[in-house]
Unconditional design. Structure first.
Length: 436
């Protein structure tokens, strides 16, 4: 392989990480193309695959393309599809509603019946979005007390089945299912399916089983956490928690409805840390709200129709889950770039753009591209599963043009850190590139 010199050498070697953010080398398009070709065609990638597409959406100009129409496992770049389509179809102010009901009378502080919860997937009762997830449960218990309830003769139960399919994504591998990133989702979910990082110390009478994670049964974990809050607030539950779905009672009276944080607050919690469970819980409401069925199958059809309306090629995507954990997901760089371009035209684009990880600053890019012209500039979604890495998003060039790029790699045998390093070097090269 030929020796790189000048601009290409600067952005191609690790020592370039010390380049000041104020340094703006000029590169011609030929130099940029030669650099990316050299980085992605090294002998150690002989058995692997690279797909790269860089475009200037303002001019419609393709700056670089390599295998841009080929399908790749996108890993968490699938979250670009999920978040952008959810933002478009549901809107930045979309919220999840959780309703609390009773099926018996309340008299002299006694609820003579069951306390019922109907959920629709609120993912925001979490340490990540609320500071301490248990404080929300305490607030819910306070609301129940405010309705004059101090004792419940029946059970704490859930009714309804907004998401009737599996709590986990299609094709998730057996080895993943016990890991934190593969916790399931359901109509009720507490702290993103995980134990609170700073739980409030409960009295001795409060179980700690609600806080063990990842939760195999998200809805039961939610109900257990709520029951613990009831105990903390002095509300007695005589018949315990029912860990299955109750048939809808003939008569129910609504106590109150709890509203989640809006979509604009949810997307940063999804995209910056690459949170799989939030991705799955965004996919199903698309099917529920737009197709009447809260299943991944229903949502996939609706998302596919939207992608086609955006000009994505019919053979440019295979969607199996919302998070990208499934190895059955497939996307082309062309599809990702098209979606990133179309969401730019949405009135809520700032919500999406600000939710993306920022190179060297936060999220999954916090420790990448530091000390380079890409720091604080590149906003992109990462992706990582076995033998698949991805980096796609936006970068502003040295002369102020915002470019869209997608870099996907599959099936290499070299250390994954080498692949990630090359993706970062390409992003740095784009940050110092001059389009004119």
């Amino acid at each position: 392989m030929r020796v790189l010199t000048g601009f290409a050498a600067c952005v191609a070697v690790s020592s370039c990480a010390t380049v000041s953010r104020t340094v703006r080398p000029t590169a011609t398009r030929d130099e940029l193309r030669t650099l990316i070709d050299s980085l992605t065609s090294q002998p150690e990638f002989r058995g692997g695959f690279w797909g790269v597409l860089v475009v200037n959406p303002r001019t419609g100009d393709t700056i670089y393309s390599k295998n841009a129409g080929k399908l790749f496992m996108p890993a968490s770049n699938m979250k670009i599809i999920t978040s952008s389509t959810a933002l478009t179809l549901l809107g930045p102010d979309y919220t999840y509603k959780t309703t609390f009901l009773v099926d018996g009378p309340v008299q002299d502080s006694l609820l003579d019946g069951d306390l019922i919860v109907i959920g629709r997937g609120d993912p925001t009762i979490s340490d990540n979005m609320r500071g301490i997830a248990t404080t929300v449960m305490d607030a819910l218990a306070d609301s129940i007390r405010a309705h004059g309830i101090r004792q419940i003769s029946g059970r704490l139960v859930r009714v309804g089945n907004a998401f009737p399919d599996s709590t986990r994504g299609y094709g998730w591998e057996w080895d993943d299912l016990g890991e934190y990133y593969a916790a399931g989702v359901d109509e009720l979910i507490f702290n993103e399916g995980m134990a609170p990082t700073t739980p409030r110390p409960p009295p001795d009478t409060v179980r700690d089983s609600a806080y063990s994670g990842p939760a195999n049964d998200p809805a039961t974990a939610y109900l257990n956490a709520l029951n613990d809050a009831l105990i903390r607030k002095g509300i007695t539950l005589d018949a315990g928690v029912l860990d299955s779905i109750l048939p809808t009672p003939i008569k129910m009276d609504t106590l109150f409805t709890f509203t989640s944080l809006p979509m604009r607050n949810i997307l940063p919690a999804l995209l910056k840390p690459s949170q799989n469970r939030i991705a799955e819980i965004l996919l199903k409401p698309i099917g529920l709200e737009r197709g009447g069925m809260g299943t991944a199958d229903s949502a996939r059809k609706i998302v596919g129709q939207l992608l086609l309306s955006w000009g994505v090629q019919p053979d440019g995507f295979v969607i199996r889950d919302g998070s990208g954990l499934s190895r059955h997901d497939m996307l082309t760089p062309e599809t990702i770039v098209r979606v990133l371009d179309r969401i730019q035209q949405d009135t809520a684009f700032a919500v999406f753009y600000n939710a993306l990880p920022i190179a060297g600053i936060d999220g999954t890019l916090q420790d990448r591209m530091k000390g380079t012209p890409a720091e604080g500039n590149v906003r992109a979604k990462t992706g990582s599963i076995s033998n698949a890495r991805s980096l796609s998003g936006y970068v502003t060039t040295a002369d102020g043009e915002r470019l869209i790029f997608s870099i996907l790699a599959n099936n290499w045998v070299t250390p994954s850190s080498v692949v990630t390093g090359i993706m970062d070097r390409i992003a740095v090269a784009l940050a110092v590139y001059r389009t004119r």
